[in-house]
Design a protein around this ligand. Sequence first.
Ligand SMILES: O=C(O)C[C@H](/C=C/C(=O)C(=O)O)C(=O)O
Length: 257
Amino acid sequence: MKVLRVRRGAATFYAQLLLEERAVRCLDRTLGVPEVLPLTEVSVLAPVAPSKVVCAQGNFRSRLEEIGRGPGDAPMLFLKPPTAVIGNGQSIMLPRATSRVEAWGELAMILGRGCRNVAPEDVPRHLFGYSCANDVTAGDFLAPGEPLGRAKGFDTFAPIGPWIETAVADPTQLWLRTTVNGAVIQESSTGDMVLSPYALVSFISTIMTLLPGDVILTGSPSGGGRLAPGDEVRVEIDAVGVLINAAKAEEEAAPLQ
Ligand SMILES: O=C(O)C[C@H](/C=C/C(=O)C(=O)O)C(=O)O
């Protein structure tokens, strides 16, 4: 099932996307909105409004090779603020403060139920589903030893979408491809991860409580690509979807709502 987060009037709710009908089915029957609504009657929002976005750095073997490291212990973790999240079709802002913004495609996992100290085999019971994501990074703020908050935390630096796919049978063998203006910059299977998706969620849950709606970005393969105003980035993951965002100079990017 493909799930969108939508707004209609004062109500914000999750809804099943009915692709052929170009409509959505409201998944919360307590709201009093019609069960099925044409897409034209709702505003599609970013598919998540998380308390936190927890990201892994160095979780793909190809990326570790690229930076001259072997698969060591656990990947490094960092957080992106909820204000970095945008949805499919929204613009990635290229901030004036940086001259080097990069796209890094990733598989996102979205929690459905809160958890702490969850075993890898129990992770599926706590998941809402999967999405495509982009770990947008200001590369010129990645000096060794500099905390990642600035490089990773600008508004719009966590595009996620186009929806939450709840029916992914096996997240360990998904093909991921990132393109900029149609040119492939990254291509890999999620089988190249050091910590598999369930193992990564389990590891993170030993450190912090994960809440419903929280997002895990599972790391990016080698590559990554620099963005210029007007570029279109696509993150495609088989069985999940295609996330599309355009890059815009800060002065042209729409303010977040
Ligand atoms: O090196 C960069 O410019 C960005 C790079 C992104 C890495 C990942 O997203 C990853 O390892 O999963 C970095 O932060 O090192």
